[in-house]
Structure formats: structure tokens, C-alpha cells
Write a protein that binds this ligand. Sequence first.
Ligand code: SAM
Length: 302
Amino acid sequence: MSDSNHQFFRLKASGILRSREDDFTSLCFEVGAAGVAEDLPFVQRDLRYDPDVLETPTLDANVYFTEAPGESAVLKIQGEFPDAKLEVFTEENRDWLTEWKKGFKPFRFAGDFWIVPSWCEVPPEAPRDAAKILYVEPGMAFGTGTHETTRLAAGYVIEESLRSRPHSLLDVGTGTGVLALVAHRLGAQDVVGIDNDPEARRTARENLDLNKESGIAIPDQNLEDIQQEYDVVVANIIDGVLTLLKHDLTRVLKPGGRMILSGILMDREGEFYEDFTSSTGLKLIKKTHDGEWSAAILEKAK
Ligand SMILES: C[S@@+](CC[C@H](N)C(=O)[O-])C[C@H]1O[C@@H](n2cnc3c(N)ncnc32)[C@H](O)[C@@H]1O
């Protein structure tokens, strides 16, 4: 008997003719599969962030088994699909969240802010000033501070907060709420984080509670519903989505206000900034990059 709590089995099948897709799936279930999923190749062609599924003449699939598929099952599939390439893998059934938590330690995030996972103590080398400690319980949302795009955005949020002392800031695509938290800790009074993913909004609210911050709002609103104008608008979202949101992002920025954008792939930054500035009238003040990611500060005319 297999140790089904710790292992499962994956049969990778490549080169199934599309015309025989249904026969293939039926046969897999017949020989004991628990599930069949297509192994999809994706491509993102341009700035519209419109990931297309590539049409392929043959199907590649992953077939999942809770018990090791016997030789007879594999031979049966091979007999029916002689041109297909079949390989069986044994996979570990891990508790990914627990594994990942083990490796996630406190670290200096941006400026003198530190990120401390909710289950860790503040390390002695972190600042004594409690305002510089950001506790994070990642849940399902993006924004644990480890990603280059978050660090780039946070660096600019700190810079802008110290330069212009903004009263209000809108964090579009707030994730765990970490950028909103930095802005609030640096003095912005009216701080709002929005996200179109309900799970992210839930995590952001939990993180704000964890940090004992009651002054940041996470409303159930989309960007197009926001009517107020803000001194600073920050958005760390993949460039294709930023392009889609460019007019609304500009609309919610006060005249003379600054916009911080992050999540722009270096490969596309020239084209991206050219399009963003020419269609919104914003001026590119400065940009920087980390690895393959670019971020920038833009300004709206007074
Ligand atoms: C790259 S994460 C950034 C999270 C966090 N702000 C950070 O810097 O780490 C992008 C976030 O944008 C959200 N998002 C994507 N499209 C959005 C949209 N159209 N409106 C609002 N939020 C969006 C995602 O759900 C995700 O939480």
C-alpha cells in the first residue's frame, strides 16, 4: 500500500492528439486516475496583459493517482496511445505553508523598516522603534516584502513620504497591505488600500490588526469606484494591468501629486513609460530597477 498521506503519483503524458482527448481522459479514469489536468503553455505577448493559451496540435497532460499506477495501467494507456510519451513521477505531498514558514525569517525590508513574520520574535539587530517593525502573516496574498517589486515600491513610498509629507495615499493592489502600512507609519493620515482580490483584502485587514493599525481603510471597492483624489497613489501591479488602469490611476491623483508604479518588466519599460506618460500627461520624475523589475515616480501637473 502506498503512503498516500505523503505521496501521490503523476503520470506525465505528452503528445496526445487533440482529436483523442476525451478517449484519453476516459481511459485514465478507467485505469484508476484521480484527476487529469492539461499542462498548458502560456504566453504574454504584450502590454495588454492578455495571457493567451497557445493552441497546440497535441495535448500534454498530468494524470494524478493516489496509488502508484501499476505497470498494466501504464501499458494499457501506451497501447491505446502508442505515439504518446509517458513518464511516472512520485511526488511528495508536503504542507507547503508550514515548509515555507520555516524558511521565512525577519529581514530588513526598506529604509529602516523590518518585516517580521507574525510567528517570530523581533531580532536584536532590528530597530528598537516599534513603528519600524512590520508584522506580516502572509495568508494567500502577495506582499511579504521579499519580492523586488515590493521593495522598489516601498523605497519610493519612504522617499516620497519624507520629501512631501503627504496627507493622503491610495495603495492600489494592496496585497498584504505592507505599502499602506509604511506610508501610515511615516505620517500619512488618510491611507486607503484597495485590491480586487477578496482574499487579499481579508489578509490586509488581518495584517493591519496584527500591527495594531486602525487608521488604514481597506474598503470593498474597485479603483473605478474611488472618487477621492490622493496626494500619492502607489500601484505595484504587473505592467499590463497598470496600462489598463492608467486613466483611473491618474484620475484619483491630485494635481501636483505623485504616482509610484512598480511591477514593470525591464524588457518592456521603454514602451511602457512612453505609453503611460503620453496617454496620461504625467511626467516621469525618476525610475530605478532591481533585477528584471522597474519602478518609477511620476508627477501630475498642478
Ligand atoms: C504584485 S501584488 C502587490 C502587493 C503589494 N502591494 C506589494 O507591493 O507587495 C499586486 C496586487 O494587485 C492586485 N490587483 C491586480 N489587479 C488589480 C486591479 N485591477 N485592481 C486592484 N487590485 C488589483 C492583486 O490582487 C495583488 O494583490
